[in-house]
Design a binder for this molecule. Structure first.
Ligand SMILES: O=P(O)(O)OC[C@H]1O[C@@H](O)[C@H](O)[C@@H](O)[C@@H]1O
Length: 249
């Protein structure tokens, strides 16, 4: 049952927002950079008959929401491929987990530089309503580019706490689908998990929301995967956060 004009249960005091695909229109940019990276790798390895990376299914299942290196490992494992780990500063042309990740990041940054970053207008409206209602806010993202993306989208002032790929690496926290980054953000905002709502578009993020026993998990469906989001633990699925503003008790 929803009891407030924010479409959230009354016990919720704190909102934990994923970034890419929830607040900003950057999930598709990540997916495109991953596709280019993996397809070039697979073409070199398997020749012109290679099986391409599917930017919907493979992205959702193996890459979306996970820290960069985990995305490399998980997708390649789905194809029976294991690369040496290498080192975080491996050059982008080295076939190691970190090298492939660095290649993808270079492509991502180039795309972001070219195309810019846009917030979803419905998410901006929702963020404003949440803050006006006196709820606390955090961004919880696996991305090491989170701070810059949030700033480029003009969202910095709306988000009190940031637990991202950089913070997680500093603290040694495992990324989504484990709940640790969400739990850290709730802790920083002095909320029990039962008082916090998680907003996620990624299946790995849904799993993290469920594993952390959060008070409410909002699935944000930008790509027609509502059933999958529900299967992975969403309490409600919306296509745009502004839909929650229309809910009434
Ligand atoms: O490579 P980055 O910017 O550190 O991001 C890591 C992951 O961050 C997540 O937010 C994206 O959904 C993934 O696509 C991305 O791979």
């Amino acid at each position: 049952m929803t009891t407030s004009t924010l479409g959230l249960p009354a016990a919720i005091t704190t909102c934990l927002f994923d970034l890419d695909g929830v607040l900003t229109q950057t999930a598709v940019v990540h997916a495109a950079a991953w596709r280019e990276t993996f397809d070039a790798f697979l073409r070199r390895r398997d020749g012109p008959g290679f099986l391409p990376f599917d930017p919907v299914h493979d992205y959702d299942e193996y890459v979306d929401g996970r820290p960069r290196a985990d995305g490399v490992r998980t997708f390649l494992a789905s194809r029976g491929i294991e690369l040496p780990e290498g080192l975080p500063d491996d050059p982008p042309d080295r076939d190691t987990v970190w090298g492939v990740g660095n290649r993808k990041n270079a492509l991502l940054l180039e795309k972001i530089r070219r195309e810019g970053v846009a917030a979803y207008p419905g998410s901006v409206r929702y963020l404003r309503a949440v803050r006006e209602a006196g709820l606390r806010t955090a961004v919880v993202s696996s991305s090491a580019n989170c701070r810059d993306v949030v700033a480029s989208a003009g969202l910095t002032d709306w988000l009190e706490v940031r637990v991202d790929g950089v913070v997680a690496a500093e603290l040694g926290l495992p990324g989504k689908p484990r709940p640790d980054t969400f739990l850290e953000a709730a802790r920083r905002l002095e909320a029990a998990p039962s008082q916090a709502a998680v907003f996620e578009d990624a299946l790995a993020g849904m799993d993290a929301g469920r594993a952390g026993h959060f008070g409410y998990v909002v699935g944000v469906d930008r790509v027609g995967q509502a059933d999958q989001l529900r299967l992975h633990g969403a309490d409600i699925v919306v296509e745009d956060l502004a839909e929650l503003l229309e809910e009434r008790a």
